[in-house]
Design a protein around this ligand. Sequence first.
Ligand code: CP
Length: 330
Amino acid sequence: MTLHNSIIRQSNPHLPFGDRQDGTYYGKNILSVKQFNRADLTFIFEVAHEMEEMVRRVGTFDLLKGKILTNLFYEPSTRTSSSFTAAMERLGGSVIPINDVRYSSVSKGESLPDTIRTLECYSDVIVIRHPETGSAALAAKYARKPIINAGDGTGEHPTQALLDLFTILEELGHVDGLTITMLGDLKYGRTVHSLARLLTLYNVRLNYVSPEILPMPAEVIEEVNAKNISQTVTTDLAKVLPETDVLYVTRVQKERFEDPEVYEKVKGSYVITPELMTRAKDDMIVMHPLPRVGEISMEFDSDPRAAYFRQMEYGLYVRMALLALVLGKA
Ligand code: CP
């Protein structure tokens, strides 16, 4: 990063993707899906396609040779952490993995700003997952290097939403006109908060199906409503399943519950089985950010509509694209 760019970032650390002042993605943070417009998505997905092609042809290449990513995870992760690692290594870069902050100076009481200031001395981009909403934005406030939000509490998971949208496009060929049903823990599930917001860039219908105590937050519903997107809230999956083009299943997030008994009561509210899915369209898809803990039966995995394992691979290409873009190499 040049001194000039460093000064721009310090004066405006939240410079959005969708409002590029310098015609480039170089040095930008990825904090929320609210940063993106449709032109951004088209461009990111074009780059993701190029990444997919290159991985198929050569496996690993040197686009980000010499660049270093810090993966800073204050919460557990399998997919996000390892796909960012794989993305960086496929691009020829390297990774500082901090996948368990108990073994870092965080356990001695170091503040998030100081941890960020430290790690940016050693790396070119920082991916952060943290249990508090707004933590990625806080990190960006103190950083001179790009910060990528890999999940901030129950807030957002923007790179997951980007890969979710890429999955829909790859699997169904379009987004406009689709009915997308989000199922499960819509209160605590940050992936659905980001995806619902991102889908407002398209002409879609959204159904929210959840136990009564785990509804989509009013704040998200209001934001989506302001974009004139049709939304239906129900506890009855059978009511909306036949019209659904994308069924986006989420796990009930045990770790967010204060009372374990309440979790036990709602954890098995919905289970996707082959029998249930006979009521769904033949050309729809089932997605899940994973991990799953029983909400999709393993018997359904061999159904061609089960897109959740393919979804993970799409995520690699999208994250390769994002790293290349924020590091000025795409
Ligand atoms: N989808 C997702 O965020 O998975 P991990 O928690 O394994 O990163």
